[in-house]
Ligand binder design. Structure first.
Ligand code: 1HE
Length: 266
């Protein structure tokens, strides 16, 4: 099902392809720069995807994924409005990072500022070779406000994030993969197709396990080792008790389930 204008003023496209919801940033004339209405439209699409799909893909229409915060809107904001705006990004990106279904981002062209923050809230990032990454907040006189100081710092490390913000340097897809900010690099033009394939694969997992991956892993990463190990035991035991796990374990033992494949075979 395709719905070309589910977001405010068609800012976001929405398509359900099997179990995967495709959410398209649709403001290519402004390089998909994110205004307040735009981030709300992303939130509405994420909510819909969570209701209807087992996995989601976030991609950009046009050659660029996203040029970050809409700077024209930001320059006029009073202090408290800016705080509320940032907190709105946090709420919506948190629905992506720690929601009910996994999200994969398909990255090409600019993945800049808030665009990188959005990508960092997805569980997996598929970048084609046209993708480039930058955090030009230093040059703009602002700061990351879409969760980047937590999520981008976790992915690539705070020192590297500080380097990007201080120097304004731009990294290509392969360099960003080496830094840990990208999960897969694919040839130019193939990011969306590959992201949908990967999302469809995650959609075949047990739903509770996906939920635990999204919600337990980042929390455990914030805990002490002792608390993390205890929490892991609780989550692991809960997962094993779900009817889905019991069925899947029986399927394996009775030779009905697929085996793990060596690299290159699956
Ligand atoms: C924008 C924005 C934007 C483009 N806000 N309008 N982000 C940045 O600092 C990135 C700023 N953008 C760029 O550096 C370039 O636009 C790109 C490298 C992304 C693309 O370049 P190009 O040559 O393809 O496009 P363009 O001609 O620069 O832009 C086309 C139009 O989009 C133009 O408007 P027009 O009316 O002249 O056609 C641009 O002004 C407009 N545009 N990017 C508003 N970002 C939650 S805190 C997050 C903090 C941040 O995100 S900081 C990073 C902000």
């Amino acid at each position: 099902m395709t719905d070309g204008s589910s977001g405010a003023e068609g800012l976001v496209t929405y398509e359900l392809r099997g179990d995967v919801a495709l959410i398209g940033l649709n403001r290519p004339d402004k390089r998909n720069a994110i205004s307040d209405r735009f981030v709300q439209a992303i939130g509405a699409a994420v909510t819909r995807a969570t209701d209807e799909a087992k996995a989601g893909v976030i991609h950009g229409h046009g050659p660029h994924f996203c040029a970050g915060l809409d700077l024209s809107e930001h320059s006029e904001k009073p202090l408290f409005e800016a705080v509320k705006g940032s907190r709105q990004w946090h709420r919506i990106f948190d629905m992506i990072e720690r929601g009910l279904i996994p999200f994969v981002s398909a990255l090409s062209g600019a993945v800049v500022g808030g665009g990188f923050e959005l990508a960092a809230s997805t569980q997996l990032r598929v970048a084609d070779t046209s993708a480039f990454f930058a955090l030009p907040e230093g040059q703009r006189g602002i700061f990351v406000g879409g969760g980047g100081s937590v999520r981008v710092a976790r992915l690539i490390g705070a020192p590297r994030m500080g380097d990007m913000m201080l120097t304004g340097r731009t990294l290509g897809a392969e360099e960003m993969e080496r830094w840990g900010g990208v999960s897969y690099v694919v040839p130019e033009g193939e990011a969306l197709t590959r992201a949908v394939e990967i999302a469809a694969r995650t959609a075949t997992n047990a739903e509770f396990t996906n939920y635990a991956i999204l919600n337990a892993l980042p929390r455990i990463a914030d805990m002490s080792s002792e608390d993390g190990l205890f929490t892991e035991s609780m989550v692991a035991s809960l997962a094993t008790m779900t009817p889905e796990a019991k069925q899947r374990l029986r399927d394996f033992l009775e030779k009905r389930a697929a085996k793990v494949q060596a690299p290159g075979n699956g």
